[in-house]
Write a protein that binds this ligand. Structure first.
Ligand SMILES: [Fe+2]
Length: 403
């Protein structure tokens, strides 16, 4: 008994001291604690926030069921009344996993919601009987609940950020984001190569995702454009588990305010047969699939009616290697005809602005591994600044709306 009490006290202490800038604390709701406490280890964070839907992801140290409680932003306490529960589930069964993914639909556009994430450990089965352990949850007592605002295509102006090529240097990401006004930030892009190669879940969170959650990702949506390095390492096959999309694809289009974003998976940079890929790459066919999707998505009303059309893709199309040529050949001709305003890239660890030319009808702006792209719309102008670690603007581009 004394041993259990000791572990419980230690767990509560550790939970309390690991609070962060958004004050996400984790509560142990039930008082019976096994030798190793059931804990929320990572997250929660938002994925694929849209006008009427959002996905929540979080990780527990052992398997269990998970759910989100959702409340409107109406000034009431979170426990003013019972809040609706949305379970991680598929095909009629609640998911039993250490990775918890909940997609909530039928939300209102441009609306603030509050939420609380829960997990309950599943300790075993006895025939058809399911045995449960402790429940953990994000806190709504000592701190305000986590919240988010759904996208709204009628919003007049937006602000967004883009990081790329962090390669596990989360202290660089932290430094670049230190002065951001999050209340005035709609969304963030991770434009590829956030790690060098991936060997484990713990590495994924150590490299950059724990820091992202600490700083913003529980409340401000992060949209991921996979780079070439995301495809490397024995754990790279699990990437989608942590950044799931409602379509099942890692390429997608979404709209926020006057801007539509086409987000690509840029694939590897060398031919599939390159010795560096050890026979595991199959990107030529995959990129052809994306080209088919692109031909469809540019006919979407949200895309057609947007004032600004922005492409987010890790590898710039004029790089001479195979991966870039594939983007140039398969995507650029379609994008040229689709009225794209600008393409935002990473990959080369440099800040670079390329005027339209050489068969590319739109400008391309490259962000570096140690700079932050900070963009905003102001009426008929889209203004994109690249900021270095000293907070200085090192490149600035202004796009005038042409439709
Ligand atoms: Fe890259």
């Amino acid at each position: 008994m004394m041993k259990k009490l000791l572990y419980f006290s230690l767990a509560l202490f550790l939970i309390y001291v690991t609070g962060n800038s958004q004050e996400i604390y984790y509560d142990t709701v039930e008082m019976t604690v096994p030798d190793e406490p059931f804990l929320m280890a990572h997250g929660p964070y938002l994925q694929h926030l849209g006008e009427t839907a959002v996905t929540f992801v979080w990780i527990t140290n052992r398997e269990g069921i998970g759910w989100i409680e959702l409340a409107p932003d109406d000034g009431t306490h979170f426990y003013h009344k019972e809040r609706p529960k949305f379970f991680a589930a598929s095909h009629g069964l609640k998911s039993v996993s250490s990775v918890h993914t909940v997609r909530i639909a039928n939300l209102e556009p441009g609306t603030k919601y509050r939420y609380r994430a829960y997990s309950q450990e599943v300790t075993g089965y006895s025939g058809t009987r399911v045995e449960y352990g402790n429940t953990v949850a994000t806190n709504v007592y000592r701190s305000v609940p986590l919240e988010f605002v759904t996208n709204d295509h009628t919003k007049s102006d937006i602000n967004f950020l883009m990081l790329s090529d962090i390669h596990g240097n989360d202290h660089v990401m932290e430094a670049l984001l230190q002065d951001i006004e999050w209340g005035n930030t709609d969304l963030v892009f991770f434009n590829g190569d956030m790690y060098g190669h991936l060997e484990s879940r713990e590495q994924l969170f150590d490299d950059f995702m724990d820091k992202a959650v600490d700083i913003f990702a529980g409340e401000i949506p992060m949209y991921y454009a996979r780079g070439n390095h995301e495809a490397r390492g024995n754990y790279a096959h699990n990437f989608f588990d942590y950044f799931p999309s409602p379509t099942g694809d890692l390429y997608y289009m979404f709209r926020q305010g006057p801007v539509s974003f086409l987000v690509f998976d840029s694939g590897e940079d060398k031919p599939d047969s390159d010795i560096e890929y050890y026979g595991i790459a199959a990107f030529d066919e995959y990129m052809a699939q994306q080209a088919e999707w692109l031909n469809e998505v540019i006919r979407d009303d949200d895309f057609l009616n947007s004032k600004f059309k922005v492409v987010v893709i890790h590898i710039p199309p004029y790089h001479p290697w195979h991966g870039a040529r594939r983007i140039y050949d398969k995507f650029v001709p379609v994008l040229n005809d689709a009225g794209v305003d600008i393409m935002l890239c990473g990959h080369r660890h440099r800040v670079f602005y390329q005027e339209p030319g050489d068969g590319i009808a739109f400008p391309v702006l490259e962000n570096a591994h140690n700079t932050l792209l900070k963009a905003r719309t102001e009426g008929d102008r889209l203004i994109l600044d690249i900021i270095n670690l000293d907070g200085e603007i090192v490149e600035s581009v202004v796009i005038e709306a042409n439709n």
